[in-house]
Unconditional design. Sequence first.
Length: 563
Amino acid sequence: MSGTDVGEELGARAAQARALALLRIRSRALAVAILPAAVAVVLFAADAQGHLAGPAWDAVRWTVLGVAVVVLLVTVLVAVSVARARPAMSPTVPVPEEGAPDLYRLVRDLADRLDVPAPSAVALTPDCDSWLEDRTHRALRKGPGAALRKGPEVADTVPVLVIGSPFLWWMRVAELRAVLAPVVAGTGPSAHPDIAAARRFVRGLDAAIADAAAPGRGPVRGAPLAFAGWVARLLLRACRGHAAEMERCVAAAASMRAQTVDYGLRIAAQEQVGLAYAGWDRLLTRVALPAWRMGRWPSRLDAGVVSALTELSRRDRLADGFALRLGERPACDLLEEPGAADEAASLLAARLFHGGPAESGPGWAPVDWQQYPDEVVDRKWRSEAARLHRVLDTLGVPRVSAADPAVPTLARVMEHLSGPGGPGGPGEALAAGIGAAVAREEAEAPVHGGPEQGGPGYGGAADDPLDLWGPGPLPLFPLQPPRTGTELLADHVAAMVCCAAVDTAGAAPGLDWLDGPALLVGGERRADLAAPVLSLVEDGDPDPLLNWLAEVGVRSDKPVRLV
């Protein structure tokens, strides 16, 4: 037996030992629950045989019986609460086999090479991660035939393979197989009955705690659930260490088994994982977030990450070799309709990272990358410029256009902010007004909810995991911390400058794949606007911005079109 086989065997045995420890905790809890009943049986049996007689023992017997009945009722309550609770399920986009036969074939071939059960299904997550997720509570409700096609002996234990959607678009087929090898290898330990039972036990406790903490319960139903949650919390606290160690041992065993498959390629593929993380983060925070805030959701985020990473490869000398990979077959070719899958994952990303509605509608429409500059960038700039002038109106700042005092101009903004900065200055009052206006508009935004729809063949409104989070918008994972008043003011002033450049100097809105909205002057991106704007906002010094305007040819006294 090789060293790899020995390491895998030791890891599997350690995981099984931890699983047995978890099951022993469950058995001890059950033993404690039935102990009063056992004592009552002994006492009544002794009385039937003429032992322990007398009024005192009769009182003891009936007292113990009453305690036993109460404890058994409480035990049944906790057991039913744990059994009925819905374990948390990650929000994903299901991929049916008919929509990705090549992907399913790749996963099954990988499982055969690893000599482990194949995952029961495949799903996509709008993030740079991949994992196995047990969804047997869903499969059991739909019947045993809905689980796995490999046979009933593993149908109850084989989990779903969740794949990060950016990986499918950025990685090549061989790279994806190498990255998925240690993940798929985890189905081996998952099929072990002790590990599967221990996971179900821990998952049920966690679900019972979440169910007890859910709002909107009346006192009649809320009190029993709260008590069941308290008991589940005690048990989960006792299980936490064993559960964490069991999962660590499972991961170690799976990693050791996967070393036999594409080990050399896996090292290179991990570099692509890190690159995908970087590009995905930049795409979400710099490109997608401005669109989401404007009520639009980019419908091809995964395709966009390829453009972002290709641009990163062009700019970064460390990534020069990565662009050469693009001639190989991308993993998204394993899908029959990659566009539909990308659209469903993009909408789910908007829900998770921003809290957008579940489907398109008024004020929440998809936008493709060709429309992004005009429908997102230009609209964003003009909306922020309009908000800036509305706040100036509330502060009583006069318009300065000589031709028409009613039209908005950049000169009005610069004249108001020029002069002494610091606490109490015009920049601080304007920043406070803009911050209040933004907060007010966000508070007045409509609350959306409802099931995920997705594209054709994707999504699944009938079984939406986001139902667990309630009818309101999420967001589960905020992308950025709240912006300060000064940051908001700088953004609004820069938007006003960009509007003036478009209207008076022939500039155009554009999209930079790594930095988001961009101002194009003569077809080239101008990335040097931030410093002059900050000098005006923070120091009250207009000279750097005046020099920039003169270089670009922007007329600050000309009217600007607002939304």
